[in-house]
Ligand binder design. Structure first.
Ligand SMILES: [Zn+2]
Length: 272
C-alpha cells in the first residue's frame, strides 16, 4: 500500500514536471491558468488530467479537437513515478529520498527541455546546486553532531570537491574543445557542424557542477566519462536508422547520472 501511494505521488509529481517543462522555457506561470490543450486551447477537464489514466482513457487524443497528445506526457509521469518508487525502496522516507527525488526530477526536466530547445534556462542547474548544497550542509551537521573528526569524509567537503571538478574540468574541456572545433571548421571552411559550433554547451558545464554537488567528485568524474558512451550508442542507432544525429547532450548526461547513481561503485570496482 505504501509503495502504491509513493508511485501515485510520483505520477502526480511527473504531471507537475510536464507543466514546468512546457511553461517555464516560455516564461509562463506554472500555477495559472489550469492545463489546456496546446493545439485548440480548450481547458482540460480534471478527470482527463489525471496522470497516466487520463491519457489512457482518452487513447492519446484531445477530447475536443482529437489532436494527438504527445506520448511524452504519460512517459514523464511514468518515469517519475518509477524513480520515486525505486528511491523509496532504497531509502524509505529519509532525507536521502527527498534529496534524490528532487535531483532526479530536475534531471528529467532539463533533459526534456534540452531535447525541445537545445538549451535550458540557466536557473535550473543553479537551483539544483543551491538545494544540493543545503542538503550537504544539513548532512554535515548530522556528522558533526556524532563527533566525526575526519573532515575529509564530511558530505560538504565531497560536494565542494564535486562542484569544483564538475565546473572546472567541464569548463576546461569546453575551452580546449571549442578551440579544436573552430580549427576543424576553419580547415573544412564550414560555418558549423549541423548548427553546432561548440564542443560542450554552457548548460552541460553547469549540469556537471550540479552532479558534483549531489554525487561528489567520483560521481562527476564517472558521469563525464560514461555520457559519451551512451551518446555513441545512440549515434550508431541514429545513423543506422537515418535519424538526425544532431544530439542535445543533457539527456545522455542525465542517463549517465542515473547509471552512476545506481551502479557507480560497481563500475569503479570493475576498473580498479
Ligand atoms: Zn485540443
Amino acid at each position: 500500500m505504501e509503495l502504491f501511494m509513493i508511485f501515485i505521488i510520483g505520477l502526480c509529481f511527473g504531471s507537475f514536471l510536464n507543466v514546468c517543462i512546457y511553461r517555464l522555457p516560455k516564461e509562463q506561470s506554472i500555477v495559472k491558468p489550469g492545463s489546456f490543450c496546446p493545439k485548440c486551447n480548450t481547458p482540460i477537464k480534471w478527470y482527463d488530467n489525471i496522470p497516466l489514466l487520463g491519457y489512457i482513457a482518452l487513447r492519446g487524443q484531445c477530447r475536443s479537437c482529437k489532436d494527438k497528445i504527445s506520448f511524452r506526457y504519460p512517459f514523464v509521469e511514468l518515469l517519475t513515478g518509477l524513480l520515486f518508487l525505486i528511491l523509496f525502496m532504497k531509502f524509505n522516507l529519509t532525507a536521502d529520498f527527498y534529496k534524490y527525488a528532487f535531483f532526479f526530477s530536475l534531471l528529467i526536466a532539463v533533459s526534456v527541455i534540452d531535447i525541445d530547445y537545445h538549451a535550458i534556462p540557466v536557473y535550473f542547474c543553479f537551483i539544483g546546486i543551491v538545494i544540493g548544497l543545503m542538503f550537504s550542509v544539513w548532512e554535515t551537521a548530522k556528522f558533526l553532531r556524532f563527533g566525526v573528526t575526519d573532515y575529509a569524509i564530511l558530505p560538504i567537503v565531497e560536494s565542494f570537491k564535486g562542484v569544483v571538478f564538475g565546473f572546472g574540468f567541464a569548463y576546461l574541456f569546453k575551452f580546449f574543445g571549442d578551440i579544436l572545433v573552430s580549427f576543424y571548421l576553419q580547415f573544412r571552411k564550414q560555418e558549423s557542424i549541423e548548427g553546432e559550433t561548440e564542443s560542450l554547451g554552457l548548460g552541460d558545464v553547469d549540469f556537471l557542477g550540479m552532479v558534483g554537488v549531489f554525487l561528489g567528485l567520483k560521481g562527476a568524474v564517472l558521469v563525464f566519462f560514461i555520457a559519451p558512451f551512451i551518446a555513441v550508442i545512440y549515434a550508431v542507432f541514429a545513423i543506422t536508422f537515418k535519424k538526425s544525429h544532431l544530439i542535445p547532450y543533457l539527456p545522455y548526461l542525465s542517463l549517465a547520472t542515473l547509471v552512476t547513481f545506481f551502479w557507480g561503485n560497481d563500475i569503479l570496482k570493475l576498473i580498479f
